[in-house]
Design a protein around this ligand. Structure first.
Ligand SMILES: O=C(O)c1cc(C(=O)O)c2c(n1)C(=O)C(=O)c1cc(C(=O)O)[nH]c1-2
Length: 249
């Protein structure tokens, strides 16, 4: 049977399938698990914040690319909020500034965060792939890629709940970024889901949306792979997806 012959899933079933992909979210990556369980060193936390800075500064560039590709004013009126959230505006410093403060709260200097000196090549390639995707693909596809945010509030909340106990040396002001996202992400998800459920309306398109979401999950996963390899050398042999070259599968 060809894909065209298959009935589209109902919106509810399609949404369930998108949500089910949460079991591949980076909350389950060893680097993230380690941070969540209080097992990370100060240097590993610093490395994560310094590397994630590159993601943070590229999110509004990605969102501007989506808007540049979108002829629908109604969509742009909503989407522009994401840029304001991260870049800030008069009287509101914005999410990137909140992330820099998180960096300072974990003991990095503003200069070393902004200089990107700790950003690993693998992180750079992964983030750039997301921005390039948004530049090159139809805006609805890039909107669907943002739906990993379905799963983000859980991870932000877990950091807020557990990090202060695990890492008492992190200054309290650093947590504002995660608090902000608890409000912002659910609103973005409502909009992103509406676009995705409306646009991907044949079985073939719905399958395409699932593969786009997988692509975005892979970006987030790859970022942490790069950090694991660079900052957790002890674990490489015994833990995680890495096998020595030549070793049997
Ligand atoms: O800390 C996280 O685990 C996490 C994940 C994600 C995500 O799932 O892409 C985002 C964020 N945070 C985030 O803070 C954020 O602003 C954001 C924007 C987007 C996006 O794709 O447009 N994802 C995420």
């Amino acid at each position: 049977m060809k894909m065209d012959d298959l009935q589209p899933w109902t919106a509810a079933v399609f949404e369930d399938k998108l949500r089910a992909m949460g079991d591949r979210y980076h909350i389950h990556h060893p680097y993230q698990v380690m941070m969540g369980e209080g097992k990370s060193t100060r240097q590993q936390i610093q490395a994560w914040v310094a590397n994630r800075y590159y993601y943070q500064i590229n999110i509004p560039i990605k969102d501007a690319a989506i808007m540049a590709n979108c002829p629908e004013r109604e969509v742009r009126r909503h989407w522009v909020q994401r840029i304001l959230d991260h870049d800030g505006f008069e009287g509101e410093a914005g999410g990137i500034e909140a992330w820099i403060r998180l960096g300072e709260a974990v003991g990095l200097s503003r200069e070393e965060i902004i200089s990107q000196q700790h950003v690993l090549p693998g992180v750079r390639f992964a983030v750039d792939a997301y921005v390039n995707f948004a530049r090159q693909r139809p805006w609805q596809e890039a909107a669907a890629a943002s739906l990993t945010e379905l799963f983000a509030p859980t991870i932000h909340k877990s950091r807020l709940d557990h990090w202060p106990t695990h890492y008492p040396w992190i200054e309290a002001e650093g947590y504002n970024y995660f608090r902000r996202r608890l409000n912002e992400a659910p609103r973005d998800v409502v909009h992103g889901l509406r676009i995705t459920l409306g646009h991907f309306n044949t079985r073939e398109l719905q399958e395409r949306a699932l593969s786009i979401l997988q692509f975005k999950l892979d970006i987030l996963w790859s970022m942490l792979d790069a950090m694991l390899l660079a900052h957790c050398p002890v674990q490489v042999d015994g833990w995680g997806p890495y096998r020595k070259m030549g070793e049997a599968a």
